[in-house]
Design a protein around this ligand. Structure first.
Ligand SMILES: CC(C)[C@H](C(=O)O)[C@@H](O)C(=O)O
Ligand code: SF4
Length: 472
């Protein structure tokens, strides 16, 4: 019987296979950041162990750091300690760190792909749930807990049970003006935020093949928001073109060998998935979440549902989401006014995201009373956006333009939303208090967030007075 892509990668990495016990798999790349690593290093020290493969471990700072002037001392003591600990640990254990002033610093899931560190067929782990982002390259990538971080640091392996597999076929073409973010939100909306619990997903179909690498990363990034362990997309010419020439990608003869190998990385025709889901992309409209998990989402042209419109078992969840979000059933999404806009995060903080947002913003002004932030996902995205003139488009319109980091994606650094703020956000989580205590998050695509900044409320970006597809 044929194998799925997941099974192929798994089999290549088995170190020890055992009946009724987790397998031990080899980890090709271990990414670390300041929040989930300090205790793991403490554990190593206590056990008097070294890092097994410092050359396959890479560190950056992203979650707790400010995105404004970094030459100042941090106001937040915990953040200052986390950053100091990471610096010290990397020095002591010989791990490369992209520190605050490095040109390679950025959100962990943005920098590894853009440097060419993320490659097809690898296993990648990080003490961070959005590690699934790297699955866009046909890489088995998933988040691990701090004790597992310690295990990987010490052994470069991980104990894991094999997951079930699910193929998600995105059939048909995405309509013009509808983005990868809308595609994944629509899927979560239809099936619910926990429907893929215990599965590794493989996204397939025409709509996926047509996506750029950056868009594929947006899709895979949100796999965890459906409950999946990981999300994969088989590598193809788009993947290879993206990787060719990247700093850490193979070169010359090694590149040719890698290509030959990577072309094998696809599910066999007769591979068996535990579940198959078919999703029609041609009917998706721009999406806006209205609730407190990413599955509580609607088309921008729809209205917020009432508890009686959803199945019995979801009623309580919808009632409590509406109460927290301070929304009445039947409110048109387009009537929801926002006072904050956040464009960034590992979901939508890449250069293509900023280009798309800038296309909408160009020549307009942020609405009165709206605070709008653009936070590039990495220093390299920041530099590229500045050289293309995107930063100027944003600042001319009244956006704040920041240094790279997780920023307002989560309330763990100074870019925290105020109680009562209502945010159009390009990030991936809208849980209660996620972006700041009592703040209300609406997840959208970068172009939808940009249009909301200008209008002060949600609009269908397809009716925006620019022609989608025109250059900036
Ligand atoms: C802080 C970190 C552990 C966390 C995660 O695991 O995802 C964060 O990145 C998030 O997005 O909530
Ligand atoms: S940008 Fe947000 S989702 Fe991504 S790693 Fe940072 S906090 Fe987590």
């Amino acid at each position: 019987m044929g194998k799925t892509l997941y099974e192929k990668i798994w089999d290549r990495h088995i170190v020890v296979e055992q009946e009724d016990q987790p397998d031990i798999i080899y980890i090709d790349l271990h990414l670390i950041h300041e929040v989930t690593s300090p205790q793991a290093f403490d554990g190593l020290r206590l056990a008097n162990r070294q890092v097994r493969r410092p050359d396959r471990t890479l560190a950056t700072m992203d979650h707790a750091i400010p995105t404004t002037d970094r030459s100042l001392p941090f106001e937040d003591e915990i953040a200052a300690k986390q950053v100091e600990a990471l610096r010290k640990n990397c020095q002591v254990f010989g791990i490369e760190l992209f520190d605050l002033f490095s040109t390679k610093q950025g959100i962990v899931h943005i920098i590894a792909p853009e440097l060419g560190l993320t490659q097809p067929g690898q296993t990648i782990v990080c003490g961070d749930s959005h590690t699934a982002t790297h699955g866009a390259f046909g890489t088995l990538a998933f988040g691990i807990g701090t004790s597992e971080v310690e295990h990987v640091l010490a052994t470069q392996t991980l104990k894991q049970y094999k997951s079930k597999t699910m193929a998600v076929n995105f059939n048909g073409e995405l309509p013009i003006g509808v983005t990868a973010k809308d595609l994944i939100l629509a899927l979560i909306g239809q099936y619910g935020h926990d429907f893929a619990t215990g599965y590794v997903l493989e996204y397939r179909g025409e709509a996926i093949r047509n996506l750029t690498m950056e868009e594929r990363m947006t899709v895979c990034n949100m796999s965890i928001e459906i409950g999946a362990r990981a999300g994969l997309i088989a590598p193809d010419e788009t993947t290879f073109k993206y990787l060719e020439g990247k700093e850490y990608a193979p070169r010359g003869e090694e590149w040719q060998e890698a290509l030959e190998d990577w072309r094998e990385l696809k599910s066999d025709k007769d591979a068996q998935f535990d579940r198959i889901v078919d999703f029609d992309c041609s009917v998706i409209e721009p999406q806006v979440t209205w609730g407190t998990n990413p599955g509580l989402v609607a088309s921008v042209n729809a209205a917020v549902p009432g508890p009686e419109e959803v199945p019995e078992e979801k009623r309580r969840m919808v009632e409590s989401a509406l109460a927290y979000m301070d929304l009445a059933p039947g409110t048109a999404i387009k009537d929801i006014e926002i006072n904050t806009v956040f464009i960034g995060s590992c979901t939508n903080g890449r250069i293509q995201d900023l280009r798309e947002a800038a296309k909408v913003v160009n020549g307009y002004q942020v609405a009165d009373g709206v605070r709008a932030l653009v936070v590039p996902g990495s220093q390299s995205v920041k530099q590229q956006a500045e050289s293309e003139g995107l930063a100027k488009i944003f600042t001319d319109a009244g956006f704040e333009w920041r240094e790279a980091g997780c920023s307002m994606c989560l309330g763990m650094n100074p870019d925290i939303a105020k109680p009562g703020d209502r945010i159009a956000s390009t990030s991936n989580r809208n849980f209660e208090g996620r972006q700041g205590r009592d703040s209300k998050s609406h997840l959208v695509s970068p172009s939808m967030a940009a249009a909301a900044a200008i209008e002060g409320r949600f609009v269908d970006v397809r009716q925006w007075p620019i022609k989608i597809g025109e250059g900036v």
